[in-house]
Ligand binder design. Sequence first.
Ligand SMILES: [Zn+2]
Ligand SMILES: [Zn+2]
Length: 311
Amino acid sequence: MARNVEIIFLGTAAGTPTTSRWLPGILVKDWNGYTILLDSGEGVQYQMQRYGYSINKIDVVAITHPHGDHINGLPGLIQSMYMLDRRKPLTIYGSPETIEFVRDTLEVERLDLGFQVRLEPVENSGSRILYSRGGDELLIEWTPSCHSIEAYSFKLTWRLRPRIDPKKLAALGIEDPRLISMLTKKGEIEIESKRVTLADIALEPLKEASLVYTGDTSPCSSIMTLASGARILIHDSSFDSNHKLDALERGHSTAADAAEIAHKAGVHLLVLTHVSGRYRGGEARILLNEARAIHSKTLLAWDGMKLIMTI
Ligand SMILES: [Zn+2]
Ligand SMILES: [Zn+2]
C-alpha cells in the first residue's frame, strides 16, 4: 500500500503579504490523517478554509521563530479552534520566546479553551516521536537555523514498519519473539556481541522519507546536516543573487544559496519559498532559474500548491 503525505503551501510570501502570496504556513497531512502546521503566518486559517482543510484536524503546530510573519496567525487559529468546540489536544513546538508568546496570548484571551495546549519548547538540536502506530513512526527533529533571532528548522520523518523475512530470522538464529519485538521497536539488537539491525531481517528495503522546512535562514551548516538525504527540502529563498548582501544581512538566503545546500545535502526535491514582495507575479521565475542551474529538481512554491510525497 502506498502511503501518501500531502504538503500544502498556505502562504509563500516573506515579511508582508502580497495579493498573490500570503504569509508563511505549510500544512502537512499524512495517510493517517495526522496533521502538522509548519509556521502560522497571518491568514493561515483562512487559507486552510480556502483549500478545504479543517483547522480542528491539526495535531501539531511547529513555529520556526517568533517573527510576526511566521506567528501572527496563531492567536486567531487558537481562538477559532475554541469557537469550533475543539476537544483534542494541540501541541505547539517552538523556541522559548515562541512558547512565551503563546502563553501570553492564552493569558490575554482568558479563554476556557476546552482543549489542552501542550507547549514544547525546543533548544539546541533534538527530536521527538510524534506517533507510533502499528510499528509505523513519525519523528520530528529540529536544529537551530542561522537567522537574526533564535530560530529553528524542522524535519519530519516517516518510517514504515518493515515486513519481516522469516528466512533471514532463522539464518540469524532469532526465534525468541521478545527479540523480534525489541528489534522492531529499537531498530537494532545485539546477539552474541554482533549488531543485528532491522534492515538485516526485513523482507524489502526499509521505507522512510523526510521533509525539511528551514524557516528563515541564511546558508547554514546545521541545516545541511539536518537535510542530508531528505526527500524534500523547503528552503528560504527570499532573494536572487543580485541581492546576496541584503539576504545575508537580514538572515535570509538567495535561491542559489538554497540550491547549493540542497545539492550538497543530496536532497531529492528542493522547494523555494518565503519569496520577497519585490518579485511580482512571473518575476519570481528568476529565483527558479537561478536555483535550477545548480539543483535541477527545484520547484518554486506558490499559494495553494500541493505536493504528494509517496512512501
Ligand atoms: Zn519570515
Ligand atoms: Zn524571520
